[in-house]
Design a protein around this ligand. Structure first.
Ligand code: PRP
Ligand code: ZN
Ligand code: MG
Length: 226
């Protein structure tokens, strides 16, 4: 078990699409930090709320392990790792606390432009490349489609051209990456955006109160934005 801490620790993406908006949102909640030399840990000055700058994929695990209390991460990452843990019979140690309204994208199935799309049954017997094997596998079961999941950690859109798969399941934001790879989206598995993730169970008193304060300010900031 993690040692007792009297400061709240929030994990955000070190670099990438959610990094700057996450930091800006927390700053708009009145948080300020003194940056450390390695720039991976930011010590909270206005409040005892520290930032940890990490890979987004590590955020759910950091919360599950109690290394961090909260995190800003894509719903896609949170649900993928949640589905994976559920599939392995592990308890759900983290959950979505708030939707944050930025970083919107979809987890879509995409197929080559030339395909005449007739519905999900067309995926039967096909190979589908993805970085989201748990979400894709669960969806295929729900759809009653028997297809093979090919796991790739990145550059998923190139898989059909390389002959590794016939279709893909990946995030679509502007659609530029799909278009550049002569693919078209045909169906959506998940509508995603940045979320505030936290533990499934309550925090202890000190950090619980800090988290409540942060949530109140966050809700105020989100109301002003929308
Ligand atoms: C994401 C995602 C898609 C692309 C979609 O990749 O995996 O490939 O963005 O965005 P678009 O619809 O605007 O083109 P990202 O560039 O974040 O890199 P990654 O796949 O290595 O995480
Ligand atoms: Zn990532
Ligand atoms: Mg990509």
């Amino acid at each position: 078990n993690a040692p007792v801490r009297d400061r709240l620790r929030v994990a955000i993406q070190k670099s990438g699409r959610l990094a700057e908006p996450a930091r800006a949102l927390l700053a708009s909640c009145g948080l300020s930090w003194r940056e450390s030399r390695d720039r991976l840990f930011c010590y909270g000055e206005s409040l005892p709320i520290d930032l940890l700058l990490v890979r987004d994929d590590d955020i759910p695990g950091l919360i599950a392990d109690g290394v961090c209390d909260l995190g800003v991460v894509g719903r896609n990452v949170l649900q993928e790792q949640g589905s994976d843990r559920a599939g392995n019979g592990r308890t759900l140690a983290f959950r979505e606390w708030r939707a944050l309204g930025f970083g919107r994208c979809r987890l879509d199935i995409a197929v080559p432009d030339g395909w005449d799309w007739e519905g999900v049954q067309q995926l039967a017997g096909k190979r589908i490349a993805t970085s989201y094997p748990a979400l894709l596998s669960r969806w295929l079961v729900e759809q009653g489609v028997d297809a093979q999941v090919v796991l790739l950690s990145g550059s998923v859109e190139i898989a059909p051209r390389l002959g590794q798969a016939e279709a893909i399941c990946d995030l679509v934001s502007s659609g530029a990456t799909l278009a550049a790879n002569q693919l078209k989206p045909v169906t959506t598995l998940l509508e995603s955006e940045a979320v505030l993730a936290g533990p499934a169970e309550e925090l202890d008193a000190t950090r619980g109160e800090l988290a409540e304060l942060l949530l109140r300010r966050l809700d105020g900031a989100l109301r002003i934005r929308h």
